[in-house]
Design a protein around this ligand. Structure first.
Ligand SMILES: Cc1cc2nc3c(=O)[nH]c(=O)nc-3n(C[C@H](O)[C@H](O)[C@H](O)COP(=O)(O)OP(=O)(O)OC[C@H]3O[C@@H](n4cnc5c(N)ncnc54)[C@H](O)[C@@H]3O)c2cc1C
Length: 438
């Protein structure tokens, strides 16, 4: 009898967990991803702030699954699904909309940025979701210091050295804290015309507190810590405008060359491909066994899925994605080998953490709430443990110790992938007098 065909779309936390659970399944598994690497998104901000190199937080999916003899990894962008014909379509650099048939389908395509209807902000406030985003943010930050150093007119230094983060969830808070430490330690003696410690770091949030998903007391201590690091925190106002000259918030224009979007996320178009019910954010509504209603062969897992537990939607975090991917893989395995299905999916919450600068984090798990150095140590151990390979764990551990002790970073290179664009951006920045005046 022909082996069943299983397609997993996405090699993130959920897709990889599903592939691992299917390792011994007598089936033909295809994992399709549009990138060739599994990315550890929780440490993207450390690439953006020069602590780690891109290769320390990403691993080729092919190498992670090299011992999975039943699994083929395909580099391609999935563009649609035909539920009736049971096939997905993917495109690569060579071919468009190639169909591949499946018996079981796992969609684990994650999420991207949401600008809450203001897609025009994207041009001026890039988000932080991929390795390319993190490198672009790092380039932008480092370039701002270079432009300021090259600028003879000191009145322009303040605008060039104003960094704005829009959104004070974990990503915004972690990024603001890391940036504050970066400018006040690593960079402090590297420049002659400017003092990097004078950089202004602004964290803007629509909600009335930072880290709204944490308890009030933890969010207070995170805010206090940010302020001690010199970060200006502006709460309770959404950003009205973002353009080449900076932002407008609560009617005030703040000039800045570097605005980074750390606010909302939007799910992948999996719901549109399947033409099924989604929640308000566009995530596919799934059942307790993680399948789509009416299609017991289609599983949707991770950030692109919506499932309520105890009356509340599960959050878009790595643990939910891993546990759902593992569950979907196990359920498919059991069906293929004829074993009884596991009970309904139930998420086990191991807690949430956010790091706020060097040696400080907040941690919340059940009734336990912790802030400070111990929480930071826990954060470091947990993050090391979840990196994809032992070589990454060792490399990141050594880099962290080195950075902690010496203040030196892993990667402060401005890597210019698009020479012409850089030259134009640099020229625009130099000839635009309006930028300085606002
Ligand atoms: C900056 C940042 C910091 C974060 N910090 C934390 C944290 O500290 N703790 C925590 O628990 N969570 C954190 N998260 C959230 C966590 O990373 C996500 O919840 C998790 O990655 C979701 O896993 P996933 O497998 O659903 O999606 P992803 O990990 O995003 O994987 C989706 C995969 O699908 C691929 N893909 C997407 N569309 C297609 C397509 N059309 N065709 C082919 N492939 C496709 C992508 O290339 C990607 O590899 C953070 C997220 C970000 C962005």
């Amino acid at each position: 009898m022909a082996k069943p065909k299983i397609i997993i779309v996405g090699g993130g936390f959920a897709g990889l967990a599903a592939a691992k659970a299917l390792r011994k399944t007598p089936a033909k598994v295809d994992l399709i991803d549009r990138t060739n690497h599994h990315l550890f998104q929780p440490l993207l901000y450390e690439v953006a702030t020069s602590v780690l190199t891109p290769s320390q937080i990403a691993t080729p999916i092919r190498s992670i699954l090299r011992n999975h003899k039943n699994t083929t990894v395909i580099l391609g962008e999935v563009t649609g699904v035909d539920k009736d014909q049971k096939c997905v379509f993917f495109s690569d650099a060579d071919r468009q909309n190639v169909p591949i048939a499946y018996d079981y389908l796992v969609l684990a395509t994650g999420a991207s940025h949401s600008y809450f209807g203001h897609n025009e902000f994207a041009e001026y406030a890039p988000g932080l979701k991929s390795l390319a985003d993190a490198e672009a943010a790092r380039n932008k930050i480092l370039q701002a210091f270079e432009l300021a150093e090259a600028e003879e007119d000191p009145s322009r230094h303040r605008d060039l050295l104003t960094f704005i983060l829009v959104g004070a969830g974990p990503t915004g808070v972690e990024m603001a804290g890391a940036l504050a430490v970066f400018v006040r330690t690593t960079l402090k003696s590297d420049f002659r015309r400017i003092d990097p410690r004078s950089a202004r770091i602004l964290l803007v949030n629509m909600a009335s507190r930072v880290l709204p998903s944490f308890s009030e007391s933890l969010s207070k201590s995170a805010k206090q810590r940010l302020e001690n690091l010199g970060v200006e925190v502006r709460l309770g106002h959404s950003v009205d405008q973002i353009d080449a000259d900076g932002i407008v918030v609560a009617g005030e224009r703040i000039a800045s060359k570097t605005v980074i979007w750390t606010a909302g996320v939007a799910p992948s178009p999996a719901g549109k491909w399947l033409n099924v019910e989604t929640d308000r954010a566009g995530r596919v509504r799934i059942q307790k066994d993680l399948t789509v209603p009416g299609h017991s062969e289609i599983f949707v897992v991770g950030d692109t899925a919506s499932l309520d537990q105890n009356g509340k939607p599960l959050p878009g975090v790595a643990q939910v994605a891993i546990q759902q991917g593992r569950y979907a893989g196990k359920l498919i395995h059991n069906r293929v080998v004829g074993s009884p299905a596991p009970g309904p999916f139930s998420y086990f919450d191991k807690g949430t953490m956010a790091v706020v600068g060097k040696g400080f984090a907040v941690l919340q798990t059940g009734k336990v709430q912790l802030s400070g150095f111990l929480a930071w140590l826990t954060w470091a151990v947990v993050h090391l443990q979840f990196l994809a390979t032992s070589s990454l764990r060792l490399s990141v551990f050594l880099q962290w110790v080195w950075t902690y002790v010496t203040g030196q970073r892993g990667d402060r290179l401005i890597v210019n992938h698009h020479g012409a664009e850089y030259a134009k951006a640099a020229a625009d920045a130099t000839i635009k007098p309006a930028f300085a005046g606002r």
